[in-house]
Design a protein around this ligand. Structure first.
Ligand SMILES: CC(C)(COP(=O)(O)OP(=O)(O)OC[C@H]1O[C@@H](n2cnc3c(N)ncnc32)[C@H](O)[C@@H]1OP(=O)(O)O)[C@@H](O)C(=O)NCCC(=O)NCCS
Length: 316
């Protein structure tokens, strides 16, 4: 994982919009988020996270067959952020692509990477989630600017025996609910132009309350789907790693599923919602903190704009 060094505390935000540390902490669980310097490419964060993942796995970039980057904040419309990561790593044999599934971007990317390996389109790949959400956050809108942060996380995925690694992935979408969380500007409908930033269409728009309800229902459903598919129960899972959106969302999901709090990994307090980066950042921290052991079952679950949601059950 990698996050840019600069931080934005709740007190910093309270100087920018009408809010308080206590409101943000109570309603979200977030205390601090990291933000990149303006003009930074998301690929720079992805590259550093990828180098760390490759070093940890003892894999040379030249062994990689593919690079998949989940992001909603690419360096530019094209080429893909993944191509910049591939170039930076010198992963000469790897094909590279981005995947857009908003905050579910890492699980979607993991699912695609898993399918690529299973179908023989590569033996070893890099799966990355990276975002510079500060580039699409409206720092005059107190209902959204408090939530989001920047960062990247990466994993090396390689061929393994059946029953190890990614056991199953479960993906869902509902485009009917696209308006709940979206960024209207910067695409073909409303291309970037000098007027865009004055009408603020190039920033995240969100109906927080509605999004909250769908997040709780869908994350619980898709977690249970993964457990049922694999014939295991909550008690068999060593660690649950949810997308870090809001402490109250995660608590409500945990309560619905009967997951004890100590089995749920949280680091939201220090990073905020980093969208596609949140799960791989959490995975990296869970690993370094010894929160799971070899052979353990770990359940990943995410929810995001689209709407999109998904889960993956891993045998570590
Ligand atoms: C955004 C979120 C924290 C707002 O919390 P909430 O409890 O739903 O609060 P509401 O939107 O109902 O707003 C309640 C009040 O707080 C106010 N408020 C909103 N943001 C505020 C802030 N940062 N500081 C102080 N007050 C704030 C609202 O204006 C509203 O005031 P009003 O009652 O006078 O109209 C919450 O809805 C949320 O986390 N939603 C999910 C968002 C998410 O995770 N998105 C990403 C999904 S991947």
């Amino acid at each position: 994982m990698y996050v840019p060094p600069k931080t934005l505390t709740n007190d910093d935000l309270a100087k920018m919009v009408d809010t308080t540390d206590s409101w943000i902490s109570t309603r979200t669980g977030i205390k601090v988020r990291h933000v990149a310097e303006p003009g930074t490419g998301t690929s720079e964060l992805c590259l550093e996270a990828s180098r760390r993942a490759l070093a940890d796995a003892g894999v040379d970039p030249k062994e990689l067959d593919f690079v998949v980057v989940g992001t909603l904040t690419p360096d530019m419309p094209f080429p893909s952020t993944a191509c910049f990561v591939q170039m930076g790593l010198g992963a000469a044999q790897a094909y590279a692509m981005d995947l857009g599934a908003a905050c579910s971007g890492f699980i979607y990317s993991l699912s695609v990477a898993d399918a690529l390996i299973r179908s023989g389109r590569g033996k070893k790949g890099l799966v990355v989630g990276g975002e510079i959400l500060s580039s699409v956050v409206d720092y005059t809108d107190r209902s959204t600017c408090i939530l989001f942060g920047d960062g990247a996380g990466a994993v090396v995925l390689a061929e393994c025996e059946e029953g190890e690694g990614v056991l199953s992935c479960h993906l869902h979408s509902d485009g009917n609910l696209w308006e709940l969380i979206h960024c209207p500007g910067g695409g073909t409908i409303d291309p970037c132009n000098p007027g865009t930033s004055t009408v603020r269409t190039n920033f995240i728009k969100m109906l927080g309350n509605e999004t909250f309800k769908h997040a709780v229902t869908r994350m619980a459903e898709v977690s249970l789907e993964a457990l049922e598919r694999n014939g295991v129960g909550v008690e068999d899972v060593a660690l649950f790693i949810p997308h870090q959106a809001n402490q109250r969302i995660v608590s409500a999901v945990g309560k619905r599923m009967g997951v004890p709090e100590k089995k749920v990994f949280m680091n939201l307090e220090r990073y905020g919602n980093t969208s596609a980066a949140s799960i791989p950042i959490a995975l990296a921290e869970a690993k370094s903190q010894g929160r799971y052991s070899k052979g353990d079952l770990v359940l990943l679950v995410a929810f995001g704009g689209g709407l999109t949601w998904g889960s993956a059950l891993l045998r570590m």
